[in-house]
Design a protein around this ligand. Structure first.
Ligand code: SF4
Length: 313
């Protein structure tokens, strides 16, 4: 028996993927959403809408880092002390090293750092692994063929351009990328043809829908987020404070220090407050060159539609 597992993120590409699977009547179709705990509420609402509008139930899975955090507590309490780490740092780490149940935050507490464009462990730990462990492996254990549908497109990056449409992972698991040759118009057309609304975040200046914000968020996107969703910036700011306490190195930030031109990665150890998300947002408010505030962009009406994909009517 073949199982078709579609990974849904709440974004445009995975929605088109699910719609294609429905049209093609893929047998034993399962739709799965890996919750990072770092998505916007509108994305959570959209995943519920998608299940209701398509009639395909979407199963929610999430990673659990309780064991890793428990092991880290032990390590901090023994090895850090043996290594001469000051008691004040050991105590502040032990105070925050408790699982919160929020996968993204717990992952960062365990690692003592945020993921970055150079160390992108977030998608592996928060999306790929829970899908493989909780969905694919139980199916593979029963000697079934599993097609893992992935909503990647060749025009997104050079690396994706080189991907095959289908490849075997092993043990009866195959990666299947049926929208590899689609472009953005094809994706939104699939929504229109099937009568499915796109995630409303695309009408609010977001180029990508996933974590809020993603470590790959663009400057314009960060400005939109700060204007429309300041509470998300506050949340990340608080997470930066917590994760920094769980780190022997000290300050840890969602965006790398050199996100702001002129900053170097080494500077992050100097002052967390000058390199955290709040300072990145300040930079996002500037015009090119990063020296002057761009008042036109800052005071543009945040309640209006602003789709970078031309979705506004
Ligand atoms: S959306 Fe961005 S931050 Fe979230 S898991 Fe994917 S790469 Fe990481």
């Amino acid at each position: 028996m073949t199982h078709n597992v579609v990974s849904v993120s709440g974004g445009k590409d995975s929605t088109a993927l699910l719609l294609l699977a429905i049209v093609q009547e893929a047998p034993n179709l399962q739709a799965v959403f890996a919750d990072t705990g770092h998505e916007h509420q509108q994305t959570y609402d959209y995943v519920h809408y998608l299940a209701q509008a398509t009639g395909v139930p979407i199963r929610w899975v999430k990673a659990d880092f309780s064991e890793q955090i428990a092991r880290k507590r032990l390590y901090v309490d023994t090895k850090w002390r043996e290594q001469g780490v000051p008691d004040s740092i050991v105590e502040q780490a032990l105070a925050v090293l408790h699982p919160t149940g929020i996968p993204f935050l717990d992952l960062c507490l365990w690692k003592g750092r945020f993921p970055s464009t150079r160390a992108r462990f977030c998608s592996i730990e928060l999306k790929r692994n829970p899908l493989i462990e909780q969905v694919m492996m139980p199916l593979m254990d029963k000697d079934q063929l599993v097609l893992s549908w992935q909503g990647v497109r060749a025009d997104e990056s050079l690396a994706r351009r080189c991907l095959p449409e289908c490849d075997e992972v092993g043990g009866g698991l195959f990666n299947y990328r049926p929208i590899l040759r689609w472009n953005v118009s094809d994706v939104f057309n699939a929504h229109r043809v099937m009568g499915i609304e796109p995630n409303p975040l695309y009408l609010q200046g977001m180029g990508r829908v996933g974590c809020m914000p993603c470590i790959h968020a663009r400057k314009d996107e960060l400005l939109e987020i700060s204007k429309r969703f300041p509470e998300e910036v506050e949340r990340v700011s608080e997470w930066e404070r917590l994760v920094s306490k769980a780190s022997k190195r000290g300050p840890s930030t969602l965006f790398e220090a050199d996100t702001i031109p002129g900053n170097s990665c080494e500077m992050i150890s100097i002052n967390h407050d000058t390199h955290g998300i709040q300072s990145v947002i300040q930079w996002a408010m500037t015009s090119r060159g990063g020296r002057q505030f761009d008042l036109t962009r800052i005071f543009a009406d945040a309640s209006s539609c602003s789709s970078i994909y031309g979705l506004c009517e």
